[in-house]
Write a protein that binds this ligand. Structure first.
Ligand code: LLP
Length: 436
């Protein structure tokens, strides 16, 4: 799950940089991003969807100012869902008109910051928000572009999707009923301009069927909207945003479809469906986060202890403790996520034994990789790399047990460049007040 090779000493190299040197210089745990890999994923997805519309990088997967600049220079747009993500993007010089603001509970301050910056559009999620944004836009004397987010009753995860997924969830407007009311409310709001409809059906998806059904259902709503308001008043509704969710391989056995295949299949479905409904072909937008950031990042950990635990008096399980854990990767605990882990600081010809890689936190559930094969001679000081940790690891990290967040380095062309420094205890202390 990462682009790497071994040098003559058996040490893994990424973009020509030895991970042992990186660990030495920047300490561990350490996130390492392969900049060229990140950029080429941006470029591949952008090119695949270019004939049909545009691509937003979902910054929740991983964002820093450098990352925003990579996304910008690769020609993608950007999704943000908080004032924090918006601020980082703007500070990095990301053009506001290529930013979309998401979220089910954007504060007035967040909505107003988006208006002040002049973001491309806001994705509306509730009736209260329609009223709120309209009022704020009115106060600023602007008309702002919006999408209405609908829940199309499709829920997808990797290989399956549920076509009748209940709509008992916090996001968007239910397609049956609520969505039309939301559209009516937007048409009645003087400072909002409806430019599209949005749906997001899930994450880590390998099959196109769920997207197809969602596209069909959202286009059917669009046809109803056109029927109610007429062609003239609805011709600015041009965006069909199908959300994120493109899957990646976490394990060598995972086999996601190439993005071009997905883009062409989606393009064909949307073209067919819109023709059938007598609608002009909309512009398709997608918002991948994981598919861009995930495979570009790995985490380096240093082994601290190795312990064999006897199970029911017979078998043993080998626990390998590393210097990070659930504070830098909550996904194993939260989603039972699986990862590929390897010894990367040397080559070993020892036989492989089943191991469990665990973190250093005070919880027995603090597991990084539940079951994996590692060489029997694994010892303290060895470096392990966990692959495909570029999405939703750093961005979901915590300071549990006052563990400082790891540093993040970008590697490219044989050179490493830190993009986020490691947190320190001083950072924690700087939050303390009232101790004078
Ligand atoms: N657009 C919307 C509206 C979303 O809610 C999301 C993800 C995306 C785009 C990007 O989805 P992606 O292409 O990255 O799958 N923390 C979870 C994933 C949560 C995704 C939430 N929304 C994980 O670590 O697997």
């Amino acid at each position: 799950p990462y682009n790497a090779s071994r040098n003559a000493d058996g040490v893994l190299e990424i973009a020509g940089v030895s991970v042992a040197d990186l660990a030495e210089q920047y300490d561990t745990p350490l996130f390492v991003y392969d900049e060229a890999d990140f950029r080429s994923r941006c470029a591949q997805i952008r090119e695949a969807f270019a004939p049909y519309g545009r691509v937003h990088y979902a910054s929740k997967a991983f964002l820093s100012m450098q990352v925003a600049r990579w996304v910008e220079s690769e020609g993608l747009s950007l999704d943000v869902c908080t004032g924090g993500e918006l601020a980082i993007a703007l500070r990095a010089g990301f053009p506001a008109e290529r930013i979309a603001l998401h979220g089910n509970n954007k504060s007035e301050a967040e909505l107003d910051a988006a208006l002040a910056a002049g973001v491309g559009h806001v994705v509306l999620d509730s009736m209260i928000e329609i009223e709120r944004l309209n009022r704020l836009a009115g106060e600023r004397g602007v008309v702002t572009d919006v999408l209405v987010r609908v829940t199309p009753g499709v829920e997808a995860h990797t290989h399956e999707f549920i076509a009748t997924a209940h709509e008992d969830q916090k996001f968007g407007f239910a397609l049956a009923g609520a969505a039309m009311d939301a559209v009516r409310a937007v048409f009645g709001a003087a400072n909002l301009r409806l430019v599209g409809l949005h749906s997001h059906i899930g994450s880590q998806i390998f099959e196109i069927d769920g997207f197809e059904l969602a596209a069909h259902r959202v286009l059917t709503l669009l046809a109803d909207v056109v029927a109610e308001f007429g062609v003239e008043k609805t011709k600015q509704i041009q965006i069909l945003d199908l959300g994120g969710g493109l899957g990646i391989s976490y394990l060598p056995s995972d086999d996601p479809p190439p993005v071009k295949t997905l883009a062409d299949a989606l393009g064909a479905v949307v073209e067919r469906e819109s023709a059938q409904l007598g609608l002009p072909m909309p512009m398709i937008a997608v918002e991948p986060g994981r598919a861009i950031a995930g495979p570009a990042g790995i985490t380096l950990y240093r082994v601290g202890t190795v312990k064999d635990v006897t199970l029911d008096g017979k078998a043993t399980r080998r626990y390998v403790s590393v210097d990070g854990g659930m504070s830098d990767n909550i996904r194993t605990v939260l989603y039972d996520a699986e990862y590929d882990v390897r010894l990367v600081s040397r080559e070993s010809s020892a036989r492989a034994v089943v191991c469990r890689v665990v973190g250093k936190h005070c919880e027995s559930g603090d597991i990084v990789v539940r079951d994996c094969w590692l060489p029997e001679d694994l010892a303290p000081g060895d470096l392990l790399a966990v692959g495909a940790t570029g999405a939703y690891c750093y961005s979901m990290s915590s300071r549990y047990n006052m563990a400082p967040r790891p540093a993040v380095v970008a590697v490219a062309d044989g050179r490493a460049r830190p993009i986020l420094r490691r947190e320190t205890v001083e950072d924690f202390l700087s939050l303390e007040v009232g101790n004078e």
